[in-house]
Design a protein around this ligand. Structure first.
Ligand SMILES: Cc1cc2nc3c(=O)[nH]c(=O)nc-3n(C[C@H](O)[C@H](O)[C@H](O)COP(=O)(O)OP(=O)(O)OC[C@H]3O[C@@H](n4cnc5c(N)ncnc54)[C@H](O)[C@@H]3O)c2cc1C
Ligand code: SF4
Length: 570
């Protein structure tokens, strides 16, 4: 295939360096590179981090989780504004919102809970109606249009699970997942019995984790250190392991690591012509291409568009209607715990509770729609409860244990006793609730003009107000989780609702839609007034569904790759 005529058509007599330049290498970028490189197009990818793979992902809590693979605060940061609880706003400079500064981005470190969205998530406004103060919108595409791509992703990257029938199961073209579910923790039996008593429907978790070897990747070794850790076996479906590894040596693919894009340039017609980036030595360089794909994680994608000012884009690329950065969202919800005192249980139970390795592997979706007059006169959108054993984090646990409930420090023997009891005498079993973080005018990304990164570029400011409706829904679901913990016999069971943003699950900020006045992208994820720029990370999502977003980001990126391919050959 020779796509040269397209480049010449787009850029006049100037020959572009590449057919497509992809910025970022995470979940929103990998599928586009994979599809276009395999179709023979000439692709360059700019990634600000380095290449790390299975050889580097050691299970060392401090090194692996926090230092090497993350952005450094003195170089890159964000400003976070949140409601202060007194009607005002607090402002802080934070290291949050960087999921992974490496090839494959945060997808290396995710837990890989891989739920699909459901048809109603694509029609939130028309199904449940407007909510005062929220900017809820329907998607410009339907679940049925995305479904073939969910199916494709599950097969290409290898998703394991068991699609059991239940009232909210989304329609599937393949009856089941391509791989059996991951191994189950023995305590699952107790959970299933408790759910049966409560008449809840326990479901096996779908994971972006291999349960049999595939394409040179090993199956899961149940290391017990999964979420927040890079995978040493290749089983986790990071963009790097599942997609980029297989194309990295192809002659039509160039991956430039330690290359941080900072501006997209556009011509007098408004089309993008080149991207400026800083290389590893801090030198400014430029690349031309006929198509550009932005996939830097929602906050950074909005930031890049906002800094890309041009003659036709005086407020930033695609921002003529002041929509870039708006409609930012994440997962609303909460966390709950069941504390099981092991000293008063029989040995068999205590031993089972202490087993590390197999996943807990259960979730509940009985309340994906809440139809309960005690909460609302009409049905409202609900959410998902995922049940988990957290990976052990001994040093951060100990760091928390040093504090007493009165806020004073504990030390010496009492601290040693507390640490011993924590690790040997009780077990904390956890659940996480995910529901919609409604989009509204007080949750958005803008540029903090008074705070620059190490390259002199204004950092992104995240203004993260939450909508009171989310708290009501989250509390309802947290209460259900606590009910389960109690039915399992927990000695203590409690939960909290989040009102701060889940910094690893951000999406939106460049919503797609049919109206340029209320969206940034069209249905193909092209910027409305600059159609050779596509945004393929979670920024496009008008709402996140009541699940973690990455399977949907992958599926949509495969869908957009098809649109880009079609545009390159037309
Ligand atoms: C600990 C953790 C657990 C998670 N668990 C789950 C889960 O269980 N299920 C789930 O669905 N999701 C989970 N996630 C979220 C998931 O990782 C993200 O949804 C997904 O990775 C987002 O994809 P992305 O392409 O938008 O961003 P990323 O995957 O983060 O990729 C963005 C990439 O762009 C690069 N980049 C940014 N700016 C620039 C620039 N200017 N120039 C060049 N490169 C740039 C970054 O370095 C990064 O590599 C988790 C995340 C974390 C951190
Ligand atoms: S538990 Fe499995 S998928 Fe997760 S990091 Fe370990 S080997 Fe990889």
């Amino acid at each position: 295939m020779n796509p040269m005529p397209v480049r010449e058509k787009l850029l006049g007599t100037v020959k572009a360096d590449y057919d497509v330049c992809i910025i970022g290498s995470g979940a929103g970028a990998g599928p586009v590179a994979f599809e276009l490189v395999n179709a023979g197009f000439n692709v360059v990818m700019l990634e600000k981090g380095k290449w790390y793979d299975e050889r580097h992902f050691k299970k060392d809590e401090q090194l692996a989780r926090h230092r090497i693979f993350k952005s450094q605060f003195d170089k890159e940061r964000h400003v976070l504004e949140e409601p202060d609880g007194d009607g005002g706003w607090s402002r802080d400079t934070t290291g949050q919102f960087w999921g992974g500064n490496v090839v494959g981005g945060a997808s290396n470190f995710m837990s890989a809970y891989f739920h699909r969205l459901k048809p109603t998530d694509f029609r939130l406004l028309s199904t449940y109606g407007a909510i005062e103060g929220a900017t809820v919108a329907d998607w410009p595409i339907s679940y049925q249009q995305l479904e073939p791509y969910y199916d494709k992703v599950e097969k290409i990257i290898g998703v394991s699970g068991n699609a059991l029938k239940h009232q909210f199961l989304e329609p599937r073209s393949s009856e089941n997942y391509p791989m059996r579910p991951t191994a189950e923790h023995p305590i699952v039996k107790l959970f299933d019995r408790a759910c049966k008593t409560l008449k809840f429907t326990p479901l096996p978790m779908a994971r972006g984790i291999l349960t049999k070897p595939m394409n040179g990747r090993n199956s899961c070794e149940y290391s017990g250190y999964c979420g927040s850790y890079g995978c040493h076996s290749g089983a986790k479906a990071s963009s790097r392991a599942a997609l980029l590894d297989s194309i990295k040596d192809k002659s039509n693919f160039t991956l430039l690591t330690q290359s941080k894009a900072y501006r997209l340039n556009s011509d007098k017609t408004g089309q993008a012509t080149s991207v400026d980036y800083f290389d590893a030595k801090g030198r400014s360089k430029s690349i031309t291409a006929s198509r550009f794909v932005v996939a830097c994680y929602s906050i950074e994608s909005a930031r890049l568009l906002l800094t890309s000012v041009g003659e036709k884009h005086p407020k930033g690329l695609g921002n003529n209607h002041s929509q870039v950065g708006k409609n930012l969202h994440c997962c609303a919800g909460g966390t709950g715990h069941g504390i099981f005192n092991l000293t008063e249980r029989d040995d068999k139970f205590a031993k089972a509770m202490k087993i590390r390795g197999p996943f807990f592997n259960r979730f509940l979706q009985d309340w994906y729609q809440i139809d309960d007059k005690a909460v609302s006169a009409k049905p409202i959108k609900g959410g998902t409860l995922d049940f988990v054993f957290d990976p052990p984090s001994p040093t951060s646990d100990i760091s928390g244990l040093k504090w007493q409930s009165n806020g004073e420090l504990l030390w010496g023997s009492p601290l040693k006793q507390k640490i011993k009891a924590h690790f040997t005498q009780s077990k904390d079993f956890k659940f996480e609730v995910f529901c919609d973080w409604l989009t509204h005018d007080e949750c958005y990304v803008s540029l903090a003009m008074d705070e620059k990164d190490a390259w002199g570029i204004p950092v992104a400011k995240v203004t993260a107000g939450f909508h009171p409706h989310d708290v009501k829904v989250a509390q309802y679901l947290v209460d259900k989780g606590v009910e389960v913990m109690k039915a399992m016999g927990a000695d203590e069971a409690y939960g909290n609702v989040w009102t701060s943003p889940t910094s690893n699950l951000m999406a939106g900020g460049c919503r797609f839609g049919n109206d340029p006045k209320t969206s940034v992208l069209n249905a193909n994820c092209q910027v409305h007034d600059c159609d050779n720029v596509y945004v393929t990370d979670g920024s496009f999502m008008p709402n996140g569904g009541s699940v973690t977003p990455t399977l949907t980001i992958y599926a949509n990126a495969f869908r957009v790759a098809d649109k880009i391919k079609a545009s390159l050959v037309s």
